[in-house]
Design a protein. Structure first.
Length: 237
């Protein structure tokens, strides 16, 4: 099991590594062997934490969504204690609607290759367009994405309204910033829609529809595992 912890280029790389080391000791030492490596070959210092899936007790590690969020929270906490400002928020709270690519797919793309998954997605979108007169049919997950976006926007709008009524000028300034941020969450263009538009540009369809609501975002990038010297841990020596 591999987990990548990344921070912006302005963060102290050694402090990031130390934060991950502290997290690994707290969460996994004595239960799962692990190795970690700091990479500074990109604009974002990042640490790969690789865990032995089968623990000392014979149980397999099974990280669910709530577990990953807990690790994000812990990572942010360890960073703050080392003088790095960090917060951990869910993807949708930041206006990021698209999941990051899995490591093998990203590594293929990084090397200039074309993942097979891209061709499969394009074939599926082409079939959808052909079967629906050049229109991209709305899927259940499209509706769910837009509903979640609307809930997030409503939450920010409510917070902005409360702050705007404060007697503190700083709160009112924060209200305006919150409104500006929420206003940027209106775009919900999915990867399917982007592929459809690309095909339309190639003459494969008459038009590529906009999804109802309409967030193009950059996926979380999993960096190359081939560089960096591993630091092993997980057992008391």
């Amino acid at each position: 099991t591999s987990i990548v912890f990344s921070m912006p280029g302005t963060a102290n790389a050694e402090a990031v590594k130390d934060a991950v080391r502290a997290l690994a000791r707290q969460e996994f030492q004595g239960r799962h062997d692990y190795a970690m490596a700091l990479h500074t070959d990109t604009h974002h210092p990042h640490v790969h934490l690789t865990l032995r899936t089968v623990g000392e007790d014979g149980q397999k590690l099974n990280l669910r969504k709530a577990d990953l969020q807990r690790l994000r929270d812990t990572f942010a906490e360890k960073l703050r204690t080392r003088g790095i400002e960090a917060e951990s928020t869910p993807r949708h709270a930041r206006g990021v609607t698209r999941r990051g690519e899995v490591t093998p797919v990203y590594k293929i793309r990084q090397r200039g290759g074309k993942p097979l998954a891209d061709a499969r997605k394009m074939r599926q979108v082409r079939r959808d367009l052909e079967d629906n007169g050049g229109r991209l049919p709305q899927k259940a997950w499209d509706d769910a994405l837009i509903a979640r976006r609307n809930r997030v926007m409503a939450t920010y709008d409510q917070a902005a309204m409360i702050l705007a009524g404060s007697a503190d000028p700083k709160d009112r300034d924060l209200a305006r910033e919150t409104k500006r941020f929420a206003a940027r969450l209106t775009e919900t263009t999915t990867q399917r829609a982007e592929i459809a538009r690309s095909l339309a540009g190639q003459g494969a369809a008459q038009s590529a529809p906009r999804e109802r609501g309409s967030t193009v975002d950059s996926p979380v990038r999993h960096q190359d595992l081939s560089k960096g010297r591993p630091e092993r841990g997980g057992r008391e020596r």
